[in-house]
Structures are given as C-alpha cells and as structure tokens.
Design a protein around this ligand. Sequence first.
Ligand SMILES: Nc1nc2c(ncn2[C@@H]2O[C@H](COP(=O)(O)OP(=O)(O)OP(=O)(O)O)[C@@H](O)[C@H]2O)c(=O)[nH]1
Ligand SMILES: [Mg+2]
Length: 304
Amino acid sequence: MGFLDVFKKGLKKTRDFVSDGFNKIAANMGVFDEDMLDELEMLLVQADIGARSATWLMDKIRTHIKKTGDASREAVLNQLRVGMLEIVGKPGRLDFQKGSLNIILLVGVNGTGKTTTAGKLCSRYQKEGFRTIMGAADTFRAAAIDQLKVWGERTSTPVISHDEGSDPAAVVYDSIKAAQARKADLLILDTAGRLHNKQNLMAELAKIRRIIDREAPEAKVETLLVIDATTGQNAVVQAQVFSEVAQVSGLIITKMDGNAKGGVAIAVSQETHTPLYLAGLGEGVDDLIDFDPDSFVASLLPEA
Ligand SMILES: Nc1nc2c(ncn2[C@@H]2O[C@H](COP(=O)(O)OP(=O)(O)OP(=O)(O)O)[C@@H](O)[C@H]2O)c(=O)[nH]1
Ligand SMILES: [Mg+2]
C-alpha cells in the first residue's frame, strides 16, 4: 500500500466526515454562496482543524473568490487543499544514522500512546538494521514498566528498568550506559506523562535532559511529543504546554484512526510550528507511518 492508501484507510472516519460534509454542502449548486461558505467553515471547525486554521482557510477561499469570481466547487476545493498544505508545511523526516548513538525521548500526557509508539519505533528501526534498546523511564506505575517490557519481548529488544517509583533520571543514566556498552544505534526512552503539576514535569524532564547531555554528548537526540488526535483541541493545548517544559523537536500524532478528529493535525501545525514527523494509525506494531502532508490532505478532501 502506498502512503495515500494507508492514510485514506487510517483516516477513514475523518475523511468520511470532511469529504461527505463537503460534498453535501456543494451538492445542490455548482457554486458556493455565502451560506455554503459558512457551512464549510462550521465543518472545518467540527473536524477539529481549529478555529484559527478554519478562519485562515476561509479567508483564503473568500479572497480567491473575490479576486477571480470563481466560486465553483473545484476552485473552493483547490484553495482548501493548497491552504491546508501551506499550514502543515513540508514533510519532516527523522534522520538517524547507524553506527553512532541516537536517542529518542518520548514525552506526552498519559494515555496518548508513548509506550505503544516506543514499541512501534523500535520495530521500525530494527527493520532498517538499527541495534535498538529501550529505557523504562516511566517509573510512575509498575504496569507501565511491564508494558514496555512486553514491547521489548515482541521486538527482541533489551529494556532497561528500575522498580516502580524510582528516579526516572537514574533509569535514563543506566539506559545510556547500556546503550553505549552494547554499541546500540538507537535508545528509545519512555517517560511518564502523569505528573502532578507542570513544575514537577518540567523539573523531571529537565533532569532527564541534563543526564542525556552529560552522559551522551555524542548522541543525536530527538525529543518527540506524542499527542492523541482523538482528544481534539486538547491535543493542541498539550502541545503548547509541553513545548514550554521540554525542548520538543518534533511531534507524533497518534490515534488518527480513532475518530473524526484527525483534522487536529492541522490545528497543531498551525499553533506550534513544530515538525510533524509521524502518525499513528492503529494499535498494531506497523501502524506508524511518516506524516506525509500531501497524502494527509488528499485523504481528508473529496476528489476534485
Ligand atoms: N487506535 C489507536 N490506538 C492507539 C494508537 N497508539 C496507541 N494506541 C492505544 O492507546 C492506548 C494508550 O497507549 P499507551 O501506549 O499505553 O499510552 P501511554 O502514553 O504510554 O500512556 P501512559 O503510560 O499511561 O502515560 C493503548 O490502548 C494503545 O493501544 C493509535 O495510533 N491508534
Ligand atoms: Mg506508557
């Protein structure tokens, strides 16, 4: 399956909502009038594209209509496509080289899919020949550590862990030492999202980062924020909060398959200006793909 088909399949719920909605609005007349444009704006907001993005897109469409006099279905659809692409930007790609240590630090609110994504990433890079290792720096619950170990078994990857309630930074330290001793190419660190307040979270992530910078200055480090598309505009708020407490270098948006809120990727791009690297489109080990803006936008909109 190509990118487009994978996105179409994964985003089916959002696609049905946006595409069918667009077609319904455009069904009666070949050209858009003011009422129809208002309906389109409502549809975009309901698909969780975000109020700011929806307004921006509608301004673009209205300006185009005013300038060209062309309010046809094709013209509106085209402006929508071009505008969405402008917001989500160019594709961002993780760029890791084998032969030296790379570190992925996964951060995000609890339940967004960090541990699952750790397993998926592990499998993905193993297939590319990377020697992988994982660190269970979410020490908040014993179950979280066990869950990562299950992914470790599934992917034949060693998992470095301490007991529940221990210092996550100590797990990170040991994980780095193990990665260096075993000449691993990629260390994936799972962290807890369930911290009592922003100060705690900030302190813990800062401490983890200090350990990484001190113990593995040679490593390429990506701090990837995992956000859950099904939470809609909440995902945008989470992205903003985490960008303040950690040096987030990229985003992973999970559960794009979950409901009709996949449009939130557009809102997050608009609000954070952080590259969207990967999309989770299911619970399976292979349900993680590069976020491809063209395929994403093409999957949301009806065919021309
Ligand atoms: N449908 C779907 N489900 C997903 C996806 N990614 C993760 N999940 C599910 O979401 C749930 C939570 O995932 P976890 O990986 O445990 O999330 P977490 O961020 O590690 O959660 P905490 O450890 O509690 O902070 C699990 O049931 C996963 O199977 C995805 O892309 N699509
Ligand atoms: Mg977890």
